[in-house]
Design a protein around this ligand. Structure first.
Ligand SMILES: CC(=O)N[C@H]1[C@@H](OP(=O)(O)OP(=O)(O)OC[C@H]2O[C@@H](n3ccc(=O)[nH]c3=O)[C@H](O)[C@@H]2O)O[C@H](CO)[C@@H](O)[C@@H]1O[C@H](C)C(=O)N[C@@H](C)C(=O)N[C@H](CCC(=O)O)C(=O)O
Ligand SMILES: Nc1ncnc2c1ncn2[C@@H]1O[C@H](COP(=O)(O)OP(=O)(O)OP(=O)(O)O)[C@@H](O)[C@H]1O
Ligand SMILES: N[C@H](CCC[C@H](N)C(=O)O)C(=O)O
Ligand SMILES: [Mg+2]
Length: 513
């Protein structure tokens, strides 16, 4: 079928006996125009010139770093036979399909070529500044405990319901997203849960994906390097509602004012289900009891209630449990199945994760890298600890610089704060630490600054006394530290375990060299 660009087809796609699918761009993208042809029928699409193969159509994306127009010669050299572009290009020896939004058209083509696999699954999309990973893991745990085969896509991993692979992005690129949904369908999964980042919504990575349920957990500051301000960022988050199919359900957290403001965006073709701890909502919690080992509470819905015990620590995680419960109620599970599934989830890697090496104080590894997350993590820690909370944290380089002072202000709520490096990337880690320290200036709290993350963690463990709590925030499950262009193996958990391992073998040395 390669090269048959003048053919027109009655519908947008045709399955060949070989199993491959042919997509007519004229049929799939009715507002597209064409140069040098009447239609383009494609069997494969690629947005990276380096990966183009013979027969591909090259999607010419205007990116955040560069415009892919300059890569067209390479794409054609590698065998691309046509281009999908945002404007007509002169002097090109290849047919062109011109569309308003190349990223959206690219995602639609990816989904169509894969046979629209998301339509064969019950799909749950979770967005929000904080809690996406936790809610997704909770939903998967509940579905699996109720024998529903479930795939999961998010920050920690991509899981096609049989095997996992590393996740380069929280929300995969449109091509990989369609491939992963296809694998789930092949594996006979019935459900898919995915984290939907604001970048993914802005870049239309989900065009072609219809959600059965869309969730927004909360909207507070992050990623202003990309979205510039709160209005743009919140508008972007609300786009998930458009991806919820007719008759689907939108789940909103009414404890969050921005989520509350999205209620009018849910039109009458969709159902709204709300959850909250502090406010009136459809799904709520009562009888909250929190410790540094587990949380107990009741979920209330529609006049019924069920007791729940979870290993997840912190009030924000009770909120995440309510979000997951709301999703699973929509998917037809009972409150009893939901309570059982929540208890089945041991922990979410790197989210208020306990490290127990027999030490007389608590150590928690957490992924808080926004001020709202850090505030919730510290306040939760204070709630379950009757002595001091010692917090070690930093801020990522090449990311939203305006969140650094805010992180400092949140970090000042700890009894003792140690500012250190997160992933400095191309930036000077000392300067990042100074920017965080500005957040402490009017709080009367003086942080320690230790640029080496391992030393900073060792220092916190050294000064911790019986019944204190050490909270190590920002890198959670990550197993590398990005310094410049280098990715160095690094795990907060392993650093803690090594500290105590060395301490036991060299009793006189409190900080091993
Ligand atoms: C800011 C952002 O979202 N960047 C992502 C985006 O890059 P981009 O579209 O800006 O692409 P670009 O680098 O300007 O290049 C433009 C086009 O030229 C193409 N190209 C480029 C080079 C070449 O030789 N040939 C070629 O054809 C590229 O494939 C691209 O289509 O698309 C790329 C391809 O999918 C991603 O790798 C890249 O992720 C970068 C690495 C990244 O760090 N993204 C982060 C910020 C991100 O998206 N994070 C969110 C999570 C945030 C959260 O947790 O809340 C995520 O969803 O993971
Ligand atoms: N509902 C919540 N409200 C506020 N903070 C939360 C909530 N849930 C989790 N957090 C905080 O945010 C951190 C990140 O949680 P999680 O990984 O679940 O969120 P995420 O939205 O997936 O984050 P990311 O965008 O980095 O992938 C947690 O470690 C915790 O400190
Ligand atoms: N998804 C987030 C993760 C941040 C994690 C933190 N450790 C950092 O490197 O800044 C981002 O890409 O901004
Ligand atoms: Mg996540």
């Amino acid at each position: 079928m390669h090269g048959s660009y003048l053919t027109s087809m009655p519908s947008s796609s045709l399955s060949l006996s070989s199993g491959s699918v042919v997509v007519s761009l004229r049929a799939l993208l009715p507002s597209a125009s064409f140069v040098d042809c009447a239609d383009i029928c494609v069997t494969s699409i690629q947005s990276d010139s380096r990966l183009c193969k013979p027969g591909d159509i090259f999607a010419v994306i205007s990116g955040t770093r560069q415009h892919a127009e300059k890569f067209i010669p390479e794409a054609l050299k590698n065998g691309a036979k046509a281009v999908l572009t945002g404007r007509p290009l002169t002097g090109l020896q290849a047919p062109q399909c011109i569309v308003n939004d190349v990223r959206k058209a690219y995602a639609l083509v990816c989904s169509e070529l894969a046979g629209s696999p998301s339509q064969q699954l019950q799909t749950v999309g979770v967005t929000g500044t904080n809690g996406k990973t936790t809610v997704s893991w909770l939903v998967r745990a509940i579905l699996q405990s109720a024998q529903r085969k479930t795939g999961l896509l998010g920050t920690v991993e991509y899981h096609d319901s049989v095997s996992a692979r590393p996740a380069p992005l929280t929300t995969p690129d449109a091509q990989e997203l369609s491939q992963l949904f296809s694998e789930m369908v092949k594996n006979n999964a019935t459900h898919a849960v995915m984290e939907v980042s604001s970048h993914a919504l802005d870049q239309s990575r989900l065009a072609g994906t219809e959600l059965s349920v869309g969730v927004i957990t909360n909207v507070t500051q992050d990623h202003f390097d990309y979205h510039q301000n709160m209005d743009n960022y919140a508008a972007c988050k609300s786009k998930i509602i458009q991806h919820v199919k007719r008759d689907g359900t939108v789940v909103l957290n009414l404890d969050d004012p921005v989520c509350h403001s999205f209620i009018p965006n849910v039109n009458e073709s969709k159902t709204l289900l709300t959850y909250a701890i502090e406010n009136v909502a459809d799904v709520t919690a009562s009888q909250l009891q929190e410790s540094d080992k587990q949380s107990k509470f009741e979920i209330l819905y529609n006049g019924s209630r069920v007791p729940v015990i979870t290993n997840l620590i912190g009030t924000h995680n009770i909120s995440n449990c309510l979000a997951a419960a709301a999703v699973c109620l929509v998917l037809g599970l009972s409150l009893a199945e939901i309570a059982e599934g929540i208890s089945d989830l041991g922990s979410v890697p790197g989210r208020m994760e306990q490290v127990n090496c027999g030490q007389p104080f608590s150590v928690l590894i957490d992924y808080a890298h926004t001020d709202d997350a850090l505030r919730h993590a510290i306040r939760s820690a204070k709630q379950v600890c009757d002595r001091r909370v010692i917090c070690v944290f930093g801020a990522g380089g090449d990311r939203d610089i305006s969140k650094r002072g805010l992180l400092g202000l949140a970090g000042s709520e700890a009894d003792l704060a140690i500012i250190t490096s997160d992933n400095p990337r191309s930036e000077d880690p000392e300067q990042i630490m100074q920017a965080i320290a500005t957040g402490f200036s009017e709080t009367g709290v003086t942080p320690e600054l230790i640029v080496d993350r391992k030393e900073a963690i060792y220092r916190a463990l050294e000064i911790a006394c019986e019944r204190d709590l050490v909270l190590i925030a920002g890198k959670g499950h990550e197993c590398e530290q990005i310094i410049g262009d280098c990715k160095i193996p690094f795990s907060d958990r392993l650093v803690v375990e090594n500290y105590f391992g060395n301490l036991h073998s060299r009793k006189s040395d409190k900080i091993p060299a």
